[in-house]
Design a protein. Structure first.
Length: 74
């Protein structure tokens, strides 16, 4: 009987601690996560993706404009 009470009490303590920790983390995230920060992240990611896509497009355009002479020789 004592073992069961021990594990039950330990489970209650873990549940209370886990709930308090989760509430604290959610509160911190709520304070950090604002509309301005989300817009900033979306803007940064979109700029990065546009730059990479333009870089790939320019490389592809260079390859099609200047084909290597070795590919046409027999």
């Amino acid at each position: 009987m004592f073992r069961r009470m021990f594990w039950f009490g330990l489970g209650v303590l873990a549940g209370v601690y886990g709930t308090a920790w989760l509430k604290r983390k959610a509160s911190e995230l709520g304070q950090r996560l604002t509309l301005a920060s989300v817009i900033q992240v979306v803007t940064d990611v979109s700029k990065f993706l546009i730059d990479k896509l333009l870089e790939l497009w320019k490389k592809e355009a260079d390859v099609t404009m200047n084909p290597s002479d070795q590919s046409h020789q027999s």
